[in-house]
Design a protein around this ligand. Structure first.
Ligand SMILES: *[C@@H]1O[C@H](CO)[C@@H](O)[C@H](O)[C@H]1NC(C)=O
Ligand SMILES: *[C@@H]1O[C@H](CO)[C@@H](O)[C@H](O)[C@H]1NC(C)=O
Ligand SMILES: *[C@@H]1O[C@H](CO)[C@@H](O)[C@H](O)[C@H]1NC(C)=O
Ligand SMILES: *[C@@H]1O[C@H](CO)[C@@H](O)[C@H](O)[C@H]1NC(C)=O
Length: 448
């Protein structure tokens, strides 16, 4: 872009000549070679410290590259609803006010490359409803809010985020860009491209992931599929990269970092049979403690090896997949915590490890001992020596039994209730109050 600009500036100077006064709507030191109805304002390399306030608000093109504009305010580009092309490249720009581009409804190309923007928040690019080209290369971007791209998700064709510090992208927002043809992400710190992130982009023709920190790469659709560059990543070359090996064209630069025998070799030169995976094997699976009384907490641990590292999940004694919930918490390390063990948890749990090469399973036996108290409602006597009857209030209402009310449940919600019990002068020797509850989210009664 800079190479194109310099001759334009020289030409403009020759036409207007040093003695010709600038038009009243042309900011000082700028060149305005074409006037209404499509004014063009050329202000590149003019030593500007801020966006000139005297801009022609009807301009269609505004070039402000190679100046020293460190911040863009909310009203700097106000009312410029005819602007089609805006260049702010190489300004040392650090601050972009929320809504700074809110009036630029017609803008098709926004060049913000070569600045020092540290992050993009939701409202900063608000209003850019016609944007086709967004060039943000060579900034210091370390984070991008998922909402930052919302205004132009349907229109953007060319998104350049290369040479930034991005460890991650809002991939769901990228996946929604139905017109995207070129996605340039080289020279960032990306560690992961989620499976399917680019699979839904029907127009994608070029994807550059060169020089990131990717160890794996999910299959990109094709052929024909987009032209893909992924060299300069520490790829782990196993069976999951066979697809990339197969689309390799001459001149491709993907190299392997691991496993050790393949380190440093070009992926395209490795025979397919050397790109192998290893089926999982479970190295440990145990319950801690192995036996509990109902109501107590118990933790199941599981570890497995394999290439790629296997994903772990648990099947309960009923053979069903254990879901994360209020009583059972599934950890990302493959552990399973039974926060409140119930009699239904008694039995064999199965840890299943799975990866691209296969599956392995290990059984862990869990012993849940019943509480040593009667659980029937009919025990009417209140012996001093034995436990008293269970006086259970019905959830959502008052005690509905015809004996005198002993407990009241109030403020009942889906996950909490306030329990109050009344003084029991005629029941000497009350030793324990037992609360029994269930929740519509779980299918087991719980005693405490
Ligand atoms: C933009 O237009 C509004 C309404 O016409 C006006 O009040 C405001 O001063 C204008 N702002 C600029 C910077 O021209
Ligand atoms: C399960 O839920 C807990 C919080 O209740 C959360 O910390 C954990 O990440 C969740 N695990 C999975 C696998 O979603
Ligand atoms: C619970 O009991 C109180 C006082 O006896 C009464 O005012 C209230 O309406 C009752 N609530 C329900 C849900 O029956
Ligand atoms: C949980 O409580 C509701 C309401 O009292 C009841 O209809 C349901 O049967 C209970 N579930 C179990 C497993 O007892």
């Amino acid at each position: 872009m800079a190479k194109l600009l310099v001759p334009l500036v020289v030409l403009g100077a020759a036409v207007s000549g040093p003695g010709v006064p600038a038009s009243p709507r042309c900011p000082p030191r700028c060149l305005c070679p074409s006037a209404a109805p499509s004014p063009t304002l050329l202000c590149a390399r003019t030593g500007l410290l801020a966006v000139p306030p005297s801009l022609d608000r009807g301009a269609v093109e505004l070039r402000l590259a190679d100046n020293f504009i460190g911040a863009v305010g909310r009203t700097d580009f106000a009312n410029m609803s005819s602007l089609v092309h805006l260049t702010l490249s190489r300004n040392g720009l650090r601050r972009l006010a929320p809504g700074a581009f809110a009036d630029l409804r017609a803008l098709r190309a926004l060049h913000l490359d070569g600045n020092r923007l540290p992050a993009l928040s939701g409202p900063q690019l608000r209003g850019l409803a016609s944007l086709r080209h967004l060039i943000l290369a060579n900034n210091q971007l370390a984070a991008i809010d998922a909402a930052a791209f919302a205004a132009f998700a349907a229109t953007v064709e060319d998104l350049d985020l290369s040479h930034n510090n991005l460890p991650a992208l809002p991939w769901d927002a990228v996946a929604a860009m139905g017109s995207l043809a070129t996605l340039t992400l080289d020279h960032n710190l990306l560690e992961r491209v989620p499976a399917g992130a680019v699979a839904r982009l029907p127009r994608l023709a070029r994807l550059d992931l060169t020089a990131n920190r990717l160890r794996a790469l999910p299959p990109v659709p094709g052929p024909p599929g987009p032209a893909l560059a992924a060299g300069g990543n520490p790829l782990h070359c196993n069976c999951e990269l066979l697809w990339l090996r197969r689309v390799s064209q001459p001149g491709r630069l993907e190299t392997c970092a691991t496993p050790a025998p393949l380190a440093g070799r070009l992926l395209g030169g490795i025979p397919e049979e050397e790109l192998t995976c290893r089926a999982p094997s479970v190295t440990s699976a145990a319950a801690d403690p192995p036996a509990v009384t109902e109501g107590q907490t118990l933790r199941l641990g599981c570890a497995a090896v394999g290439d790629p590292p296997p994903a772990l999940h648990w099947l309960g004694p009923d053979g069903r997949l254990v879901q994360n919930g209020s009583r059972r918490s599934v950890g990302s390390d493959g552990s399973l915590e039974l926060r409140v063990a119930t009699l239904r948890d008694h039995g064999g749990f199965t840890c299943v490890a799975a990866n691209a090469a296969g599956e392995a399973a290990a059984r862990v036996d869990v012993v849940v001992l019943p509480l040593p108290v009667p659980r029937g409602r009919d025990a009417e006597d209140t012996e001093v020596t034995g436990p008293g009857p269970s006086d259970m209030a019905q959830a959502g209402g008052n005690d509905t039994w015809d004996r005198p009310r002993a407990t009241v449940a109030a403020e009942v919600t889906g996950s909490s209730a306030r329990i109050r019990w009344l003084p029991q002068r005629h029941l000497p020797g009350v030793r324990m109050v037992q609360i029994q509850y269930n929740s519509s989210a779980d299918d087991a009664l719980v005693y405490r």
